[in-house]
Structure formats: C-alpha cells, structure tokens
Design a protein around this ligand. Structure first.
Ligand code: TTP
Ligand code: MG
Length: 394
C-alpha cells in the first residue's frame, strides 16, 4: 500500500539535469581539475563558453558568454576545448540509468530528461526517496557525476524544481504546494516567456508567476494573444503535458478506460485478458518476447497503482501474459472501484526459435499459441472487432 502522502499525487514527473555537465566530465576524467575554475569552449577570438564549472561561475561567467569576456572576468580560469564524443558517451550512461527507473524517459538534451514515474511509484518509495535513488544511481554509473533532480506532479514544476537547488540539488514539489512554489518566481521562469513577452507582461503591471496566475484571461489575451490563457494555466500549476519517450520502445502496453467502473478481481479479469491479447499481438507483430509483465489499475478516485512480475521464460503468448497479470491482482488494494485497466510487457527480447528440448517450456500450450496466431490473422484481415474471445464478451 502507498503512504497517504503518495495518494495525492496525480502524476509523478521527474526532471533531471546534470550539474555543469561538460565541465563535470572534464573534472571526472582529470581529477587535478576538480574544484578549479574551468571554461569549456574554443580558444578563438569569436568563441563562446559552452559551460563553466561552478568554481568559475562565482566570477560571473556562464554559458553562451563570449570567451573573451569570460576570461576577463575570470583570468585564472583554465580554458578547455569541448570533447563532444566523450559527453555523448556519458550521456548514454545517464539516459540508461533513467531508463532503468521507467520506460517513459524524454531526453531534452545530452544532460537533461523528463521521467514519468507515475506507474512505478510503488517500486521506489516516496518522491523524495525516488529522487535520492536517481541521484545515487547516476553518481554510481558515471563514477562520480552529480545530477540535480526536481520531482513534481507536472513537467513545468519539475523543471523549475530541478534548477532550484543546483548544484547537487533535490527538490520535491508536492501537489498542494505547487502554487506556493511558483507564485514568487519571476516572469522569465514561466515556460514560453522570452524577453518580448516579459516586457508585455510587465507593462500590464505583472511581476511574478503568481501575478500571471491571478490575472484575467481577457487582459492577458489583449496583450499577448492566444498565449495568454495558456500562460495563466501554466502559472496556476495546470500543465497536463505528457512525458513523451523518444527512444525505441522498451515496453509494449495496452490500457483501457472502462465504460463503467468495476470492482473486484472477477470483474477486472476479463479486461486484463483483453489487454493481454492486445499486448501479445503487438509483441508478435514486432517479433518480440517479454519477460516482464506489469499491471496498472486506476481507481475511481484516480489513484494509479501498478504491480509487476517476471516470468520464468520470455513469451508473446496472451494466455501466459494474462495468467501473470491475474496472479498480480491479489497484491492490489481492490476495495475501490476501478476505472482503468492496463497491462504492459517489458524486458523485451527478440523472438527466437525455441531451443530443442525446451519446446514445451517455451510454448507451454502450443494450441494457445496457434489460437493467438489465428486471431492475429483474422484481425489483420477483418479488423480488430472481427474476433474476440468468448470470455471477452459480457
Ligand atoms: P546546461 O544543463 O544548461 O548547463 P550545465 O549542465 O553546464 O550547468 P547546470 O545545469 O548545472 O546549470 O547545459 C548542459 C551542457 O550543454 C553544458 O554543460 C554545455 C552545453 N551547453 C552549450 O554548449 N551551450 C549552451 O549555451 C548551454 C546552455 C549549454
Ligand atoms: Mg545541466
């Protein structure tokens, strides 16, 4: 069971951003550089600073500044030319760590990504504990790099939060604290507000995100057009944007919001079968097999709970996935009506012919495998609704 704190989180979104990324990698690879003022960038007269170590930032230098100006402000800084392939290599390690927490990872740049942890919350403890674990795993995997982490119910709040306590930061913004967190921040922290929009908003007498949240939609629309209502919603902490994974699929899922809520395992089971059918069909279509099976349920009060299990053998069989999903049901709190049922297969691998002697273990029931294939063929010729299991029908 989740703690009562976790229950008020509609979604758990993490934004993670490495500290002084290029400079930190240079310090990692050459410990004699640690703690020294570093400017990463070219030496030429027109070059700009890609990033500065935190020791150099104290002198008022930073990204995108001309190298010339930066060197004037911080003459003792060491200038280091960037090594992009090394940064890419470390970036891959970091993204892999993120993907070990959730398949829903949206990288924004080499050193930064959103993670949607909503479905995996039961695995990693409280949002604070989750943030600590991500930081520790990144540190471990890279051999000593630090990442700042923001955890919040929306992308916008998570992004602002990760920056709030940099470097080596961890900040959790609880759903009920979003407004208090955002309100005092300056206009420029609002997504989509550049210098031009900022000036327009200032002319309206607005100074902070809280001012925007309290402004009238008509007033804002007359000044900044259709962006106005959007900015108000964002300032009010209303940001429904989803984390959109941009990597190759690491899992295959199917979920369905039910026409009517159901209660109890017997009522949930047919929906699990329906989802397992879909998942298995997509696995087969992509010549994949899965070892992990995850069930996600959303209660009528919109709480999401998920549980997962690992199969002895990888499968693309609907029956095997359904059986694993059913076996997870007793570990759910099932006393509330359920409005959404989902099944996800993960730990994917390529489908390969069964090894001799393992035939029956790999394909526990050859007839059920044939049934799956037949259903695929009928569906692909006549559409998805053409055939359903008898047990799928009410
Ligand atoms: P950032 O995350 O913006 O900066 P950072 O990681 O150096 O520092 P911090 O997050 O702690 O504030 O960018 C990540 C890397 O991208 C940065 O190390 C260098 C590169 N970069 C540029 O090359 N040019 C730029 O203008 C910016 C902003 C970043
Ligand atoms: Mg960074």
């Amino acid at each position: 069971m989740e703690g009562s704190k976790g229950n008020r989180w509609p979604r758990i979104i993490v934004h993670a951003d490495m500290d002084a990324f290029f400079a930190a990698v240079e310090e990692l690879d050459d410990p004699t550089l640690r703690g020294r003022p570093l400017l990463i960038g070219g030496q030429g007269p027109r070059s700009v600073v890609a990033t500065a170590s935190y020791a150099a930032r104290r002198f008022g230098v930073g990204s995108a500044m001309s190298m010339e100006v930066a060197r004037q402000r911080c003459p003792q800084a060491l200038v280091i030319p960037p090594r992009f392939s090394r940064y890419q290599e470390i970036s891959r390690q970091v993204m892999e760590v993120f993907e070990s927490f959730t398949p829903i990872v949206e990288p924004l740049s080499l050193d930064e990504a959103f993670l949607d942890m909503s479905a995996a919350r039961a695995l990693f403890g409280s949002p604070n504990e989750l943030g600590r674990r991500i930081k520790a795993r990144v540190f471990e995997a890279t051999g000593g790099l630090k990442v700042s982490v923001g955890v919040a119910p929306t992308k916008f709040a998570a992004k602002v939060a990760s920056d709030h306590r940099k470097p080596d930061g961890l900040m959790v913004v609880h759903p009920q604290a979003i407004r208090a967190f955002l309100d005092p921040l300056p206009l420029r922290r609002l997504w989509g507000v550049g210098p031009v929009t900022e000036e327009k908003l200032r002319k309206l007498g607005l100074r902070t995100i809280g001012d925007v949240a309290a402004a009238s939609a008509d007033l804002l629309e007359s000044s900044v057009g259709r962006q106005g209502p959007h900015l108000i919603r964002l300032a009010q902490g209303d940001d429904p944007r989803a984390v959109v994974p941009q990597r190759e699929a690491r899992s295959v899922g199917s979920e369905e919001t039910l026409d009517v809520d159901v209660i109890g395992p017997a009522a949930i089971a047919p929906h699990l079968l329906h989802a397992a059918d879909e998942v298995a069909a997509r696995l087969r279509k992509n010549a994949l097999v899965a070892r992990g099976v995850r069930v996600k349920l959303k209660t009528s009060s919109f709480q999401i709970v998920s549980r997962q299990t690992t199969l002895h053998r990888a499968t693309d069989n609907a029956g095997a996935i359904h059986a694993a999903a059913l076996a997870l049901l007793p570990s759910f709190p099932l006393d509330e009506p359920i409005r959404l049922v989902g099944v996800t297969a993960f730990e994917l691998g390529e489908d390969s012919p069964p090894i001799q002697g393992e035939l029956f273990a790999t394909r526990p029931d050859p007839r059920s495998h044939d049934l799956d294939r037949t259903m695929d063929r009928v569906r692909s010729r006549f559409g998805k609704a053409a055939i359903r299991r008898a047990s799928d029908l009410e």
